[in-house]
Design a binder for this molecule. Structure first.
Ligand SMILES: [Fe+2]
Length: 254
């Protein structure tokens, strides 16, 4: 049985070990809860059983558990300057054994393990079985959808803590990033050459959705247009037009 109330209580206990007044920590806490909501919406849109809906929500709650310790130890959320935060989360849950605080029953362990491990990877590893694959896909869609929301809030609420828009709009889009937009695919970390590239990487998330629900939310909220607005600049115009037309072609096709 999955007791979400207990899991949420334990999650609160866990994050109390960190400085909740730190806006970077706070952002990840909010993100975790928001991803729970999106995962629930996706699971319901797929007409899944209550058991699978609860499991999707539990995975969402725990998917970024590695983030808190990552920031504490390394002072950054950039995985390639520190540690893969999904692998780190898996270590905390399954090597250190924290998972049993959140769910007593171990029958979902392999699904939780694979879903968290794969949530941030370029693609889902080979060899996942049916239920593992289903939940990997749900968390990947839900996470991406809320990352769009995080950018959207940063821009519309004028928080401006996530991205230095003035700085990145003076940069150029890397060739590899433009290629990814042309090819309708995700962008690899090793293809990123500037902070602007890092920012655009998150827009390319749109190419990796598994189910319609998340895309629906992204479109309905206008996340992508909002993300492109603050980097509008004469020098970048050609490149941004190229990205926009790629996105339009992608939406027409899909
Ligand atoms: Fe994550």
């Amino acid at each position: 049985m999955i007791d979400l109330t207990k899991a949420e209580r334990e999650f609160k206990n866990y994050i109390n070990n960190y400085d909740l007044k730190d806006p970077h920590i706070e952002r990840k806490v909010i993100h975790s809860y928001k991803v729970v909501d999106v995962s629930e919406a996706i699971a319901k849109s797929l007409n899944l059983s209550d058991e699978d809906i609860h499991l999707a929500k539990l995975i969402a709650l725990l998917h970024d558990i590695g983030r808190f310790e990552q920031l504490k130890i390394y002072g950054t959320y950039r995985d390639n300057d520190s540690i893969d935060h999904a692998d780190f989360g898996i270590k905390i849950l399954f090597e250190d054994g924290l998972i049993r605080d959140f769910i007593e029953d171990n029958k979902y362990d392999s699904i939780i393990y694979e879903s968290i491990k794969n949530h941030n990877k370029y693609r889902i590893e080979e060899g996942c079985r049916d239920k593992e694959l289903l939940h990997c896909k749900i968390i990947r869609d839900a996470d991406k959808t809320d990352i769009f929301r995080v950018h959207f809030d940063d821009i519309t609420k004028k928080e401006n803590v996530l991205t230095n828009y003035e700085k990145i709009k003076k940069q150029k889009v890397g060739t590899k990033v433009l290629n990814a937009f042309k090819e309708f695919r995700l962008i690899n970390f090793n293809e990123l050459q500037s902070d602007l590239d890092w920012y655009l990487k998150d827009i390319a998330f749109i190419f990796d959705y598994n189910f319609p629900k998340g895309v629906e939310i992204v479109k309905e909220k206008g996340y992508i247009n909002t993300m492109l607005e603050p980097i509008e600049d004469e020098k970048l115009k050609k490149q941004l037009d190229f990205i926009r037309s790629s996105l339009n072609r992608y939406f027409e096709k899909n």
